[in-house]
Design a protein around this ligand. Structure first.
Ligand SMILES: [Cu+2]
Length: 139
């Protein structure tokens, strides 16, 4: 075998390696996109986790939150006396009034910015925002 052929062989091996690598990477991406029916591994891709926002002192904690698509946000009232709610005016979606230790959940399936406030305490600037980002884009 002279030098020309040897170089070609090495090139072919390199190309093969790159192809295998690309296939593996693509496989990973595809898997990450199929989170909805992915029963075996809930960790991949769009989140199915639950994140809590506590309500106390007439404030949402945290008031600003970034989550991945598919995340459920649960608002829990840690207040001592008064009640609060969670209302999204853009969509006219809202919770009932939550008394101490009560909670309400909403799952976010679309990326976007979701502003909300507490209807009983809008005049006290009790408001918050959820930033829903595509899977893998969360900081
Ligand atoms: Cu309130």
């Amino acid at each position: 075998m002279h030098k020309g052929e040897e170089a070609t062989m090495q090139y072919r091996l390199l190309t093969l390696g790159a192809t295998v690598l690309t296939t593996l990477l693509m496989g990973g991406v595809v898997q990450a996109g199929t989170d909805e029916n992915d029963v075996e591994d809930g960790q991949t891709g769009g989140s199915s986790q639950t994140v809590e926002v506590e309500m106390f002192d007439y404030t949402y904690h945290p008031a600003e939150l970034e989550v991945e698509v598919g995340t459920t946000v649960r608002w829990v009232s840690e207040e001592k006396r008064t009640s609060h709610d969670i209302y999204f005016p853009d969509e006219d979606i809202g919770s009932p009034r939550l008394f101490p230790d009560e909670s309400w959940e909403r799952t976010f399936d679309e990326p976007g910015t979701y502003e909300y406030h507490c209807r009983p305490h809008e005049d006290r600037d009790m408001d918050g925002v959820i930033h829903v980002v595509a899977a893998g884009d969360a900081e």
